[in-house]
Design a protein around this ligand. Sequence first.
Ligand code: AMP
Length: 191
Amino acid sequence: MINIIIFGAPGAGKGTQAQKIAELHKLQHLSTGDLFRKEIKNKTDLGIEAQNYSSKGELVPDTLVIEILKKEIEKHPESSGFVFDGFPRNLNQAQELDKMLDEKDTQIQAVLALDVPDEELINRIKARAKDSNRIDDQNEDIIYNRLDIYKQDTQPLLDYYKQQSKVYKINGVGSINEITDRLNKVIDKLV
Ligand code: AMP
């Protein structure tokens, strides 16, 4: 199995790139943000609970995140690997992921960290807000809150993966295809 984390701040292009990488390498794309948005749309109990947090740009509690993630992993027992997008977002989630993968006798091979300057992140989210109906993209305070939480809770995770020599920093500025090519150069060495 090949398991990859596409890592980066909100607006770094994780979703777009994770989808392309998953298609190209026949891996399962797993976005916790997409999973929550689906639950919210369907007004499930989990969705209603998650919305209390995601609408403010806050992280959904780990118990809910792990629950939704486990369910999704179990749906794809034959998968040749996963491209994680928006997960893990803190150390506890990373450790839970390691446990889950360990049970499947596999592990994370690479953390591909998309590097995009803050100013560009904010411009991209604002541009995306025009044609997406993501409420967390529409309000400047919420955007800044998401960036702060990323810096406080998520970015330090890079140290956890650096200690395992799994981090590859990728320039996340350029055309979509250019960035995919940069990611592929790393992935091709893993497979
Ligand atoms: P995303 O599409 O990855 O930006 O996620 C949208 C929102 O869903 C986030 O702002 C969080 O509220 C929630 N969310 C997604 N993934 C996670 C996660 N791994 N941990 C906690 N909350 C998450």
